[in-house]
Design a protein. Structure first.
Length: 127
C-alpha cells in the first residue's frame, strides 16, 4: 500500500465525516465500502479491511478472509477506483471463473451481485 493511497483514504474519511457521517466507522477511523443485511465492511488508511456484523457485540474486527476483503474492495472500487491497487494480481496460471463467466458478477433477478466464487475478480488462482 502506498502512502499516497493512505492519504487519499484519510481525505475520503474527512470528507465523509462532513457530508455522509454514516459512511464512517463508529470509531471515526475507517470508511464504509459496503453494507448489507449481515453487516458492513470498512477500510482504514493503512489498507486494513474491517468488518462489523450487525448481530455481534464484537464491534469492528480485522477481516482475515481473503474473499471477504476482496469482495469489499470490489464494492469500494465502484465509488473509489483508486482502491483497485489493493486487489490481488492475476497470475499467468489463474483461470477464468466459471461461476460468473469471468465477469465478476452474477445476475440475481433484476440485481447484479458480486460473484461469491471469485469475490468479484472474474478469475481464480490456480489450485
Amino acid at each position: 500500500m502506498t502512502a499516497s493511497l493512505g492519504d487519499l483514504i484519510r481525505e475520503w474519511i474527512r470528507e465523509a465525516k462532513n457530508s455522509h457521517p454514516a459512511t464512517v466507522s463508529a470509531d471515526g477511523g475507517a470508511l464504509l465500502l459496503v453494507a448489507d443485511m449481515g453487516g458492513a465492511c470498512y477500510i482504514r488508511p493503512d489498507g486494513t479491511i474491517l468488518t462489523h456484523a450487525w448481530d455481534s457485540d464484537l464491534g469492528l474486527i480485522e477481516e482475515k478472509d481473503l474473499k471477504v476483503r476482496t469482495s469489499a474492495l470490489v464494492h469500494g472500487i465502484k465509488k473509489h477506483p483508486e482502491l483497485a491497487a489493493l486487489l490481488p494480481h492475476r497470475s499467468s496460471s489463474s483461470k477464468d471463473c466459471k461461476s460468473c463467466a469471468a465477469t465478476g458478477s452474477v445476475a440475481h433477478g433484476q440485481f447484479s451481485l458480486v460473484c461469491g466464487e471469485c469475490a468479484g475478480l472474474g478469475w481464480l488462482h490456480a489450485a
